[in-house]
Ligand binder design. Structure first.
Ligand code: CMC
Length: 428
């Protein structure tokens, strides 16, 4: 094993070098404190590897994203979301028979326990869909107590993974129906996974509904592009919560809460709201670019910038192209797409964005497609959660199987040093 040499306090220490399969290099500092008394400090984990993982590879400099070695461009063009879920979970692309069996197992579990309907009654119709989704997903653990056993055999874990993949689309569709005040639609397992979701979202008991194949394809593509993104904020949360041996429903619900924030999955909703605001304001692009650059102004260009991608986000490239195609096929002209393109053009030629290497990310154009598919803006982050579900599950399973220790970061304490307690009567 290669070693690195650290010199501190006049002493030399050897650190193991860990090299990933794509040549990524890391210093193993797990024993650093025991040996030297030092910890490493990295607020926001900007440069800290929290785990080793065989699921997703990203090269932020080159704009590369691969699931289990397969380029995202090929997967987005040729596969389906469930094929990708299988790949992420089991490590290999399924054979036709394996995929059919996987799809069947999921289709058999799409129903939601009738008592869960009562949960929906308790939420106001104005409730944010992410709040409902995270709460109901966490509550599922009470319907499947076998999931609480941290030492349950793999087949039990797998059954609960299948349950989540099966039930989350039903829950999302019901959240939408609840907002609309429309009757909940029960799953139709003779339809494909994505077509069934669209049926539960947009079908009504009063007429037949068959989703347009272009819409099914576009949604498959979006779900695939969101399916995993290695150790991002929500996935790290899922692994962190799972590392305490919390059940898979609680862990995924925690990931959903992390995703909700506007700097993470909540950005897709913010992007459309921003574009609409710019349009309503007369479409003065430069004014908003100037605001984004002004450090005294809290406004940021939502859908721009990424912690890892520093040249381009490959998902944004695919989505931008898909947005054009989908709108074309569906015969929709969305003025917000024109604003988005102009905004991108102006930002990419502005020194502020060039110097900081800020490019459109996955959220910049995705909302335009969701909108074209008829999905309301408040549901966008829930759609991100739908896609990311496969990744969270695969990452949680990987963490559990590797028997990773509980996540427990250190800190550098900066508060008061020891002082004597003064009873309240003497404090004045
Ligand atoms: N608009 C204006 N300035 C920005 C933006 C932006 N969208 N993003 C980063 N910057 C500036 C930031 O002010 C800082 O400038 P300076 O060096 O002068 O202080 C510099 O660029 C570096 O930014 P950072 O906040 O230190 O970078 P980060 O890696 O901590 O944050 C980010 C990454 C995605 C949170 C950030 O770029 C951002 O807030 N973007 C907007 C929100 C967004 O679109 N989020 C979705 C991310 S992709 C989907 C997902 O996986 O969640």
């Amino acid at each position: 094993m290669q070693k690195a040499l650290l010199q501190v306090d006049g002493q030399s220490y050897e650190l193991d070098i860990v090299i990933g399969s794509e040549g990524e290099k890391a210093l193993d500092i797990a024993k650093l404190r025991d040996k030297t008394g030092y910890i490493t400090l990295d607020v926001g984990y900007k440069n800290t590897g929290a785990t080793t993982s065989g699921i997703t590879f990203i090269d932020g400099e080159q704009g590369i994203l691969r699931y289990r070695g397969y380029p995202i461009e090929q997967l987005a063009e040729f596969s389906t979301y469930l094929e990708i879920a299988y790949l992420l979970l089991y490590g290999e692309l399924p054979t036709k028979a394996q995929l059919e069996q996987f799809e069947r197992k999921i289709a058999e579990r799409t129903l939601i326990h009738e008592d869960i309907k009562k949960f929906f009654d308790g939420f106001p119709s104005s409730a944010h869909p992410m709040g409902i989704l995270a709460s109901v997903v966490c509550s599922l653990s009470s319907f499947y107590p076998e999931s609480l056993d941290p030492h349950a055999p793999d087949e039990v874990v797998e059954r609960n993974i299948i349950r989540l993949l099966a039930k989350v689309p039903t829950l999302i569709a019901w959240i939408y129906k609840k907002r609309k005040g429309h009757p909940y639609m029960y799953p139709r397992n003779d339809k494909s996974y994505v077509a069934n979701f669209l049926y539960m979202m947009f079908g009504m008991p009063t007429y037949d509904y068959e989703p347009d194949t272009h819409v099914v394809d576009a949604l498959n593509k979006l779900l695939i592009l969101h399916a995993d993104h290695e150790q991002n904020c929500s996935t790290s949360t899922v692994r962190t919560v799972g590392s305490s041996q919390a059940n898979i429903y609680a862990s995924v619900a925690a990931g959903m809460c992390a995703l909700w924030g506007p700097l993470h999955g909540g950005a897709n909703q913010e992007v459309i709201e921003m574009l609409e605001m710019i349009r309503a304001d007369g479409g003065n692009i430069q004014k908003w670019i100037n605001r984004a650059k002004d450090k005294n102004d809290p406004f940021r260009l939502m859908g721009f910038g990424h912690r890892v991608y520093k040249n381009f986000d490959p998902r944004a490239k695919i989505i931008k192209q898909a947005a054009d195609q989908v709108l074309n096929v569906l015969g929709i002209h969305d003025p917000v797409l024109d604003i988005a393109k102009k905004l991108e053009e102006v930002a990419l030629s502005d020194p502020y964005f060039i110097e900081r290497r800020l490019y459109p990310n996955v959220d910049f154009y995705s909302g335009i497609i969701y909108r074209a598919l008829g999905i309301p803006v408040e549901m966008f982050t829930v759609m991100f959660a739908f896609g990311r579900l496969a990744g969270w599950l695969a990452q949680w399973w990987e963490m559990r199987r590797a028997n990773e220790p509980i996540v427990r970061p250190r800190q550098v304490y900066t508060g008061p040093t020891l002082r004597e307690y003064v009873p309240i009567a003497k404090r004045g």
